[in-house]
Design a protein around this ligand. Structure first.
Ligand code: NAP
Length: 313
């Protein structure tokens, strides 16, 4: 690793895990940001045209690319060992959501990064959605009475063939659902708890396709419905009732509606994440927030499990 991260030259970056999100969002966001130079890609099967490609992190680290950082976009299971190897090599690490498969793993990565003096960034892309910051500041001055989350999408449309999502450690419907929790815990800071969870797991699979949670933020009741089998209109909504009117974040946080007045912002989630990562690296700091992951873990701990019919693509 080259230790020029506090200078002004672009950060030399490798992306690990070339799948849907790497291609849809990470590669374009990096290409558009002159503060980064993408120097390599790592994936067991996929490749990125025009770059040196490596099968795994060990092969990457054996080559001399004078790297500063890696951005890890693999599924959550297996992420920890990749992150640890990168930190051992002196690299700064940016993690796609969820940051790891378990709370213990992310705690270990965090401790390791701190001890090595490397930046660790647990990203939550939905927090960068256009309406989130404005929602948080509007709510800060109001008494919140309740929150309702509806996160309902069609797994076959958005994640075709991604069997890992329904494996152990794949998060099931919490793969998208954790995005809602990342927004909810950003716009309503406080002490969050899960009070009850019903998880519906298809026969022969390990992770739920449907989940209903009863939560609280302090004394504010929060209910959440997550459904991975939604046909027809897709729904990524958070509704907050306050003593001074109704706030709705729709379309994954990109549309903000307050008492019927709608504001729609441009999508800049991943450019925002890379700008934040650069700031963290340059300032020698980390941003590690596991709150959404902790709520999902609590849901799995408390869950009443229900078997539902087998799922096939
Ligand atoms: P994906 O399409 O399955 O891509 C992940 C890729 O990681 C796989 O194609 C695989 O490619 C690679 N991979 C797996 N294990 C690896 C390893 N040990 N080393 C290197 N590469 C490895 O999944 P995805 O949808 O991009 O999701 C990845 C992560 O991004 C998940 O945590 C997800 O929650 C998050 N995310 C996804 C979306 C979305 O809309 N899909 C949105 C935001 C965030 P090879 O077979 O080539 O190794």
């Amino acid at each position: 690793m080259s230790d020029a991260t506090r200078s002004e030259r672009p950060l030399r970056l490798a992306v690990i895990g070339i799948g849907k999100i790497a291609r849809d969002q990470h590669l374009p966001a990096i290409a558009a940001n002159p503060r980064f130079t993408l120097v390599a890609a790592v994936s067991r099967h996929a490749t990125v045209d025009g770059l040196p490609n490596y099968h795994d992190i060990d092969d990457l680290l054996a080559a001399d690319h004078a790297l500063d950082a890696v951005s890890i976009c693999t599924p959550p299971v297996g992420r920890a060992s990749i992150a640890m190897a990168a930190i051992d090599a002196g690299l700064h690490v940016m993690l796609e959501k969820p940051p790891a498969a378990t709370l213990s793993e992310i705690a270990r990565i965090d401790t390791h990064a701190s001890a090595a003096g490397r930046t660790l960034f647990t990203t939550w892309h939905s927090r960068e959605a256009a309406g989130v910051a404005a929602a948080r500041s509007w709510l800060a001055d109001r008494k919140v009475l309740r929150m309702t989350i509806d996160w309902r999408e069609d797994i076959r449309r958005w994640h075709p063939g991604q069997d890992w999502i329904l494996d152990a450690g794949g998060f099931g419907v919490f793969d998208p659902g954790i995005n809602a929790l990342s927004i909810a815990t950003r716009i309503l800071p406080g002490a969050w708890t899960v009070d009850a969870a019903d998880l519906h797991v298809p026969g022969g699979r390990m992770s739920p396709l449907v989940a209903d949670l009863t939560m609280a933020c302090g004394d504010i009741p929060v209910t959440a419905g997550f459904d991975f089998l939604r046909q027809g209109p897709q729904q990524w909504d958070i509704v907050v009732e306050t003593d001074a009117g109704l706030l709705k974040l729709r379309e994954g946080g990109s549309v903000l509606e307050i008492d019927g007045v709608v504001t729609r912002g441009a999508d800049a989630e991943y450019p925002g994440l890379y700008a934040a990562f650069e700031r963290l690296v340059r300032s020698g700091t980390s941003d590690v927030d596991v709150t959404p992951l902790r709520l999902v873990a609590d849901a799995f701990l408390l869950a009443r499990r229900h078997e539902m019919p087998a799922f096939s693509w």
